[in-house]
Write a protein that binds this ligand. Structure first.
Ligand code: G6P
Length: 614
């Protein structure tokens, strides 16, 4: 969601900035823009609605020179996607240009007061209010840009990461953040700025992650300075990036999503590496061992997440209740944060987030921390805000996930939850040794079992042709397969724009059954489980109403295979691990249907990879 890139050094800024914007495209956006100061100290801004390629086309033949610049991809919040609302925004004198991610909540009051002082606004954005405010403060206080930014941000309520450049000061970028990510890259006599490390990695692996209410004063040919809103100097903490450029490229696949689906055997091996040890019959997560007492004595676990991560959380609920006998609640972060939840100091909070930047989850964590609860994070992006704001946690270690529809992050989140549940259950002695060993041994086989599912890619592609016509889908599952049903439905709607709903199979009778006719495809996850026979009854009910059934079944199945119109086989495994297998054909099915429908699979309309505003 919105992307920031900045550059100051001796190279041509335009090409670095445009490449950086392309790297951030996966975050989701609807317009793009760039501001450059050329050698005559002209501050040029070019913007375009649509893709970064539209911006490149628009900039053709224009002055794109300059060794300092800032660039932005916008995901509309205040004001429709348009040329005028796209960033960067000029201040009234056109002396300043600013880009912004986040939301300025008190923008209306600030705007009204600036209007009364004679400021005229071109756009509907909250961002333009901020750049005008900075200019106003700079003028009336006769101060420098850095101080003006500090003073302006003190008046702002909301979330921001910003970058500002000033026409009269072509050697300086000012950047700041609060509740929205910002990374500064340190090169040889040059600096980079970005919303995440992906635009920076090809130039340097030395980065500084800004913290809330920190301002980076990035001066050409001078060491980087970090100050807070009160101008107190902070020592920059340099982090070494471990990202590789290959991870940010498609590597021969037609889409990042397909690449990421196919990466899952490897990403799950990476995720389990050093944690699952079949030879010594052990699973150890350092975050659990370090905080053993918290988990053993937890009165309750509350899982906080959004989107796909929330679906992984639901699987966590089944796991912790079954193996650890700890009551679990799974909450949408956005609901939890506003409904006066009861949080006890002996509750353990588990926040799950691929990006580690989801605004609602961050706010929900803050609330839990204030109530004294212990907060554990399960995140993918190393160094992101959630791992930095939790007491402890486990990374999923799947590398960058670029496709907006989450795939490899989901399976790794589930794998981490399985490892956590096993680790805690053994410490708590709530799992029999036999069951522990059986789940552990099966867990280690999951990557190779996914490999056999991926071999059916061509078959699933053929199947997808049958369903491309559909306008609606129902997904059903019970027990551990229920979260898979809703995740499968989410995958389909996100990228194909086909309406799809997931339900616990038994709930079908309470409403959705009314929708079933011979045009309604029903995907049933009918793998081996304690409720297998009950699922069969649900399949009969659908058949009796002429619904078309695509069933995900185990290799050893013979009953459902006879009833379903179409089946996809997955290897047998422990019930609690079945989501790690059954989701894979559903990811492929959604992918192929979306491709057949000509959708923009990696960047579906209106969606953002990282939702940094609430
Ligand atoms: C967005 C993404 C989803 C993701 C959700 C939560 O909606 O498009 O793929 O599941 O945010 O994101 P998080 O980074 O917190 O897992």
């Amino acid at each position: 969601m919105c992307g920031i890139v900045g550059y100051i050094g001796s190279k041509n800024a335009y090409s670095i900035l445009i490449k950086g914007l392309h790297r951030l495209e996966y975050r989701g956006y609807d317009s793009a823009g760039i501001a450059l100061i050329n050698s005559q100290n002209n501050l040029n801004i070019y913007k375009a609605k649509g893709r970064v390629s539209d911006l490149e086309e628009f900039s053709q033949g224009k002055d794109i020179s300059g060794t300092i610049g800032i660039a932005h991809t916008r995901w509309a919040t205040h004001g429709e996607p348009s040329h005028i609302n796209a960033h960067p925004h000029y201040s009234q004198s056109e002396n300043l240009a600013l880009i912004h991610n986040g939301i300025i909540e008190n923008y209306a009051i600030l705007k009204e007061s600036l209007k009364q002082k004679g400021y005229i606004f071109q756009s509907e954005t909250d961002t333009e209010v901020l750049v005008q405010l900075i200019e106003y403060i700079k003028t009336i206080n006769n101060t420098d840009i850095s101080t003006a930014v500090q003073l302006a941000l003190k008046q702002v309520i909301g979330a921001y990461s910003i970058a500002v450049i000033e026409k009269e000061n072509p050697d300086l970028i000012i950047a700041a953040r609060k509740s929205s990510p910002l990374v500064v890259g340190i090169g040889e006599n040059e600096f980079f700025l970005a919303s995440d490390a992906s635009p920076i990695i090809e130039y340097t692996n030395k980065v500084i992650y800004l913290d809330d209410e920190e301002i980076a004063v990035i001066h050409r040919n001078e060491p980087l300075r970090i100050v807070n809103l009160n101008n107190v100097e902070k020592t920059p903490q340099i982090t070494q990036l471990e990202l590789s450029l290959n991870e940010l490229e498609k590597g021969g696949y037609s889409h990042f999503m397909l690449k990421e689906i196919f990466e899952q055997p490897r990403t799950l091996r990476d995720c389990m590496s050093g944690r699952v040890n079949v030879d010594s019959n052990n699973v150890v997560l350092s975050g659990i061992i370090d905080n053993k007492e918290k988990f053993i004595n937890a009165r309750r676990i509350i899982i906080l997440a959004c989107g796909t991560s929330w679906h992984a959380g639901l699987i966590g609920e089944y796991l912790f209740e079954e193996f650890c006998r700890i009551p679990v609640e799974v909450e949408y972060s956005s609901e939890f944060r506003y409904r006066h939840p009861v949080i006890n100091p002996d509750d353990v909070i588990i926040a799950i987030s691929q990006s580690g930047e989801t605004a609602d989850t961050l706010a929900a964590i803050e609330l839990a921390k204030q109530a004294g609860a212990f907060v554990y994070g399960i995140c993918n992006v190393v160094g992101s805000s959630i791992p930095r704001n939790t007491d402890s946690g486990s990374y999923t270690h799947v590398g960058p996930e670029i496709g907006v529809a989450s795939t490899k992050a989901f399976t790794a989140q589930v794998a981490v939850l399985v490892m956590m549940a096993l680790n805690i259950a053994r410490e708590k002695k709530t799992i029999s040794e036999e069951q522990f060993l059986s789940v552990l041994s099966e867990l280690s086989k999951i990557p190779s079992k996914i490999e056999t599912i991926l071999q059916q890619n061509n078959y699933i592609e053929d199947l997808s042709k049958i369903f491309t016509y559909a306008h609606n889908f129902i997904y059903l599952g019970r027990g551990y397969s229920y979260p898979v049903a809703i995740e499968g439905a989410l995958k389909l709607k996100e990228i194909s724009y086909i309406h799809a709903e997931g339900y616990p199979a038994a709930e079908m009778k309470h409403g959705p059954i009314a929708l079933i006719d011979n045009e309604m495809p029903v995907v049933v996850i009918a793998t081996n489980s304690t409720t297998y026979d009950k699922t069969i009854s649900n399949i009969q009910e659908i058949k009796a109403r002429n619904g078309r059934i695509l069933a995900i079944v185990n290799k050893s199945d013979y009953k459902v295979k006879e009833m379903a119109d179409y089946t996809i086989e997955i290897p047998d495994t422990e019930e609690c691990l079945s989501p790690l297998l059954s989701i894979v054909p559903l990811q492929l099915l959604s992918y192929h249907i979306a491709v057949k429908k000509g959708r923009d699979v990696d960047m579906p309309r209106n969606l953002a990879k990282s939702v940094t505003v609430e």
